[in-house]
Ligand binder design. Structure first.
Ligand code: SAM
Length: 305
């Protein structure tokens, strides 16, 4: 049996779960009637591939939410994106880094979601990072020819896919809010998928995370009574995540190892054990298809892959 192909959204962010979506889907709970909460939406790759019937999709980063809200309202369309990236990509080709920084300044003063998309797709390593004055400060990715015809087509197809999902699905709410506020609305019949910033990593203005936030996440999840899946890490080559045995002690955990490179050298290969913390029993049979999405009450298949 095959799993449904994982599709990639138009914006990138650090900690994007593209490679883990199948594994996350595989560990989701069965029948449920409530709303799917995702309080750390990021790129949206998990929610958009899970495709819940009802969803409350939130993030503290206003630019992520504004981008998807404009798609939902039909203000950003694949055609508009195509024209915009062709024009702006042409200027990037001609003026190189200077033009990237011009767009970055423009975005920091005007906050246009299309500029956000341009930066997300031409910056260094697809990072989203803001300084204390809430200015986007990721350097240029050193590829003036970034926006080739095929790359623009690829991004437009991603926008089209997300646009179909967001526009067809009236029961999906997007909002910019802190996870504590989002989770105060969750109830025992709901499900929460949490992918907070990993402690000690990926820190920026909209993405700061400490022990205190991790404890409050546990508390707000407890208060909601909802079923939840939390993405976190167990260990890497250098460290072990102490929260697993403290804040998350007593829950079910499933792990999966993967390798990543720092820089281009093969010798810089590092391993990371990713973990999912679950507060429910999950009787996944090896014979069941990985993608059970269409069989579940909470989830609905909207668009064929
Ligand atoms: C690891 S990323 C999520 C990645 C996402 N699952 C994906 O695959 O693209 C964490 C996200 O949490 C958001 N975030 C950080 N602190 C937050 C907070 N206090 N409340 C809500 N969202 C927060 C960040 O803006 C970021 O988008």
């Amino acid at each position: 049996m095959t799993s449904e192909r994982v599709r990639v959204p138009p914006i990138k962010c650090q900690g994007i779960k593209t490679k883990l979506v199948d594994w996350i889907r595989e560990n989701l709970p069965g029948q449920m009637q409530g709303t799917y909460f995702e309080p750390f939406l990021g790129s949206g790759v998990v929610a958009f591939n899970v495709r819940p019937k009802r969803a409350f999709l939130t993030d503290s980063n206003p630019h992520i939410v504004a981008f998807y809200e404009q798609i939902k309202r039909g203000q950003i369309t694949p055609l508009l994106v195509s024209k915009f990236l062709a024009t702006e990509g042409g200027k990037l080709r001609t003026y190189g880094a200077d033009y990237y920084y011009e767009v970055r300044d423009r975005f920091n003063s005007q906050k246009d979601p299309l500029d956000f998309l341009f930066l997300s797709r031409s910056c260094f390593n697809g990072l989203i990072r803001f300084n204390r004055s809430k200015s986007y400060n990721v350097p240029f990715g050193h590829k003036p020819n970034r926006f080739t015809k095929s790359y623009i087509t690829k991004i437009c197809n991603q926008v089209k896919w997300v646009s179909l999902l967001l526009r067809r699905n009236e029961d999906w709410t997007l909002a910019c809010m802190d996870f504590r506020e989002a989770l105060s609305r969750a109830m025992a019949t709901d499900f929460v998928y949490c992918d907070p910033p990993y402690l000690g990593r990926h820190i920026d203005y909209f993405n700061s995370w400490s022990d205190m936030e991790e404890k409050q996440l546990r508390e707000t999840l407890d208060q909601s009574g909802a079923k939840f899946t939390l993405s976190t890490w167990l260990k890497n080559t250098y460290r072990t995540n102490e929260c697993i045995d403290t804040i998350w002690a007593g829950f079910r955990m499933v792990t999966r190892e993967h390798f990543y490179h720092i820089g281009a050298k093969e010798t810089n290969r590092n391993s990371m054990t990713e973990a999912l913390i679950l507060n429910y029993e999950h009787s996944m049979s090896e014979n069941k298809p990985i993608n059970k999405v269409e069989q579940l009450g909470l989830f609905e298949s909207l668009i064929p892959a």
